[in-house]
Write a protein that binds this ligand. Structure first.
Ligand code: IPM
Ligand code: MN
Length: 360
């Protein structure tokens, strides 16, 4: 039976990078992938067309699909729109409604790109970290929240909430992944100041009893930020909450030389052998270069590759896509964000798509 992919290009460069990923799907269909796809609006594009960043029709299609590929959402154009209608609310709605609680963000240094990092070669070469970010809880969704007038002036409230089951299930994802990698999990919180941190540490410790073959270490989030820049190769899998995961994954991403290279997968719970999955680049919508055919499509193409591996059961095709990307890079082709020397060939977004497709 053919797989149904819902493509949500979103805003800014999301549109052009998603186009390249779609071309890759076409190519893979020639090689035996049996997938159909449909494009829909999300984020600011959906707000402009429908007055909402995620319509119920699109949400329904998302629920019915085998996997979702998303470009990027957001842009200053929608800065004055009320929060519940902002582009980001579309993405957060998808995460919450599909219960995509496990966000996998690999930070991998491509050999050809080690010199594009702002850190020294020896600090980042061969780096391979997996950040596992809790995605449907914490301060992103906790109640109460809001801004109100009080006798002491305006007061803003956000609430960090975690239930033990939420911590347990994300910890299991991390331990499972570590078993397929280098067998080490670093659990990150701020147990020194936050109650959620205390519970987080306790639950991870309990869950670890089912994975005692995996090495577990606890680390405070501020220290983790520092260690990521000081000696990132000490990490294998990092598991952390929604907000710390947001910050630490951007930091880890930059170690690799470019945000334009990093894919991500957001996965739901397994249900009859199937799980919802949303695959998207870690980078944003980059409105400053949108529509100029300058963006780097690699993160989105690698997100498609994660989809092949995690949701469509197509590891071989996934490997093919990854080797094609490696090949293009080792041959010296670069989009603007990863162009570092005159020996390289600067190419556009669509040309990068052509080159990868030719090598699949
Ligand atoms: C991310 C983004 C989102 C987040 C925004 C766009 C809501 O920064 O996916 O990391 O904060 O989770
Ligand atoms: Mn982020």
């Amino acid at each position: 039976m053919s797989s149904k992919i819902l493509v949500l290009p979103g805003d800014g460069i999301g549109v052009e990078v998603a186009d390249q990923a779609i071309r890759v799907i076409d190519k893979l269909n020639e090689l035996g992938l049996d997938a159909t796809y449909e494009k829909e609006l999300v984020g600011g594009a959906s707000y402009d067309a429908n007055g909402e960043p995620l319509t119920s029709e699109v949400l329904e299609k998302a629920k019915q699909s085998d996997a979702i590929l998303l470009g990027a959402v957001g842009g200053s154009k929608w800065d004055d729109v009320e929060r519940s209608k902002r582009p980001e609310a579309g993405l957060l709605g998808l995460r919450k409604e599909l219960e995509l609680f496990a966000n996998l963000r690999p930070a991998l240094v491509f050999e050809a790109l080690a010199s594009a990092s702002t850190l020294k070669d020896e600090v980042v070469s061969n780096l391979d970290i997996m950040i596992v970010r809790e995605l449907t809880g914490g301060v992103y969704f906790g109640q109460p929240r809001g801004i109100e007038d009080t006798s002491d002036g305006k007061k803003a409230v956000d609430t960090q909430v975690y239930y033990d089951y939420e911590i347990d299930r994300i910890a299991r994802v991390a331990f499972d992944l570590a078993r397929k990698r280098n067998n080490k999990v670093t659990s990150v919180e701020k147990a020194n100041v936050m109650e959620t941190g205390v519970l987080w540490r306790q639950v991870v410790k309990d869950t670890h009893q089912d994975f005692s073959d995996v090495q577990l270490e606890n680390m405070l989030a501020d220290n983790c930020a520092m260690q990521l820049v000081r000696n990132p190769k000490q990490f294998d899998v990092i598991v952390t909450d929604n907000l710390f995961g947001d910050l630490l994954s951007d930091c880890a991403a930059m170690l690799t030389g470019s945000l334009g290279m990093l894919p991500s997968a957001s996965l739901g719970a397994e249900n009859n052998g199937k799980r919802h999955g949303l695959f998207e680049p870690v980078h944003g919508s980059a409105p400053d270069i949108a529509g100029q055919d300058k963006a780097n499509p690699i993160a989105t193409i690698l997100s498609l590759s994660m989809m092949l591996k995690y949701n469509l059961n197509q590891s071989e095709l996934s490997d093919k896509v990854e080797s094609a990307v490696q090949k293009v890079l080792s041959e010296g082709f670069r989009t603007g964000d990863i162009y570092t020397s005159e020996n390289q060939t600067l190419v556009s977004c669509s040309k990068m798509g052509d080159l990868i497709i030719e090598r699949i």
